[in-house]
Design a protein around this ligand. Sequence first.
Ligand SMILES: [Fe+2]
Ligand SMILES: [Fe+2]
Length: 342
Amino acid sequence: MKLPEPCGPLSAGVVETLRARPHGPHAVPEPRAMGDVTYPLTDRDFQLALWVLYELHYRGFDDVDDPHAEWDPLLLVSRAALERTFEHTVRQLVQDTPAEAPALDDLGDTPTAQVTAALVRMTARSGPSELAQFLHRRATREEFQAYLSERAVYHLRESDPQSFVLPRIGGAAKVALAELQYDEYGGGRAERLHQALFARALASLDLPTDLAPYVAQATGATLASVNLMSLFALNRRLRGAAMGHLAAFEATSSLPCERILRGARRLRLPDAVADYYDEHVEADAVHEQLAIRGICATLVEDEPELAPDVILGATACLAVDGLAGEVLLDGWRSRREDRAAG
Ligand SMILES: [Fe+2]
Ligand SMILES: [Fe+2]
């Protein structure tokens, strides 16, 4: 893919720096521009700048010639500055939603028992989201397609962030994560790679299957939900949070996928759309157990000091993904109101 069009001073700083390399000035995006960011979790410019820097660690950009850009020390300085603000805001959000994160001490005698109970409790509380219910019963075909387009930013790279965690953990947790990722990567069959299943769903609706057009229109909150996974997975110190995030993500996926599947059938969308969600109704019910009991519980058995981070990651997942869902729903609602008024 090509570098996205910037949408403000931060993303312009990153994109222009990358375009200018290797011959241009070794400019670092202007950190003072950060003063204009009111709320990093919904600020598209902020999140796009961070997304571009993270993408250098995934598949990169066709129009960035310099193969050394990924580990350029000055770009890493920029990434760290954005990450610090991002992480601070996420921690603040988690602190402000204490109802989601139960106190570990009350939940058992060992970190393993505490983390397992906390994850089960946190994720059981959230039924199918309002967004999934909307897609099930009310969304038009156009709104359903808009949902797929928004989520494409994640699903076309589905499960890739978590693969960075494999070398960062050991023992039973590593084995369980490898098992989960093997499923996500098609269980040995290229045509069942979940990223490919999603691309096929997009193609069946005549939507593009490359990432660029989706990044170009994604909201700041959607980019934040994807960046959150990279933040946790690319920083070894946050490996516990990465796995807590994965557990919350998998444990709150099966029920919504079932609703979305029914929405796809209601709208008589092509089989490829149903196939993606059908696969996840069953797979994610299994992944929920694997992630909570196989990965997180055994991880804190090995490294008990990671317990609070596991809960941080799970809480952040629910809060940030919830925010992205709200932004989408609000957008559709106001468009419906505009149409009704006009
Ligand atoms: Fe998947
Ligand atoms: Fe899954």
